[in-house]
Design a protein. Structure first.
Length: 105
């Protein structure tokens, strides 16, 4: 395999990996922001109940908020902190040398 082909494939891989990592971080920030908002709304309903207010619609609202909170918490707990191993930007530089070494053997 030609070193140029390997280098181009690794560059494309690195670009896509970096794009996905940026997208994942951006989504994570939006999830955390929405989670904070949902938790605040839940706390407001709890405070209203403590003050003696209660309507059946409050229970429905609370159920919806608790459900949304569960949806927001689950993906963020499963989300990895990033790609481990070699920095993707350096793989394209490494691979042509390694490809030459393999072809000699």
């Amino acid at each position: 395999m030609a070193p140029e082909v390997v280098a181009e494939a690794m560059r494309a891989y690195a670009e896509e990996t970096n794009r996905l990592n940026r997208e994942r971080r951006s989504n994570g920030e939006a999830w955390r922001s929405e989670l904070t908002k949902v938790e605040k709304q839940i706390q407001c309903i709890i405070e209203a109940i403590k003050e003696g207010m209660f309507q059946p619609s409050m229970k429905a609202a609370m159920d919806g908020l608790e459900s949304r909170k569960a949806e927001l918490v689950t993906p963020s707990e499963r989300q990895p902190g990033g790609c481990a191993g070699y920095p993707a930007e350096h793989l394209a530089d490494f691979m042509p040398r390694r490809s030459d070494d393999l072809q000699r053997h």
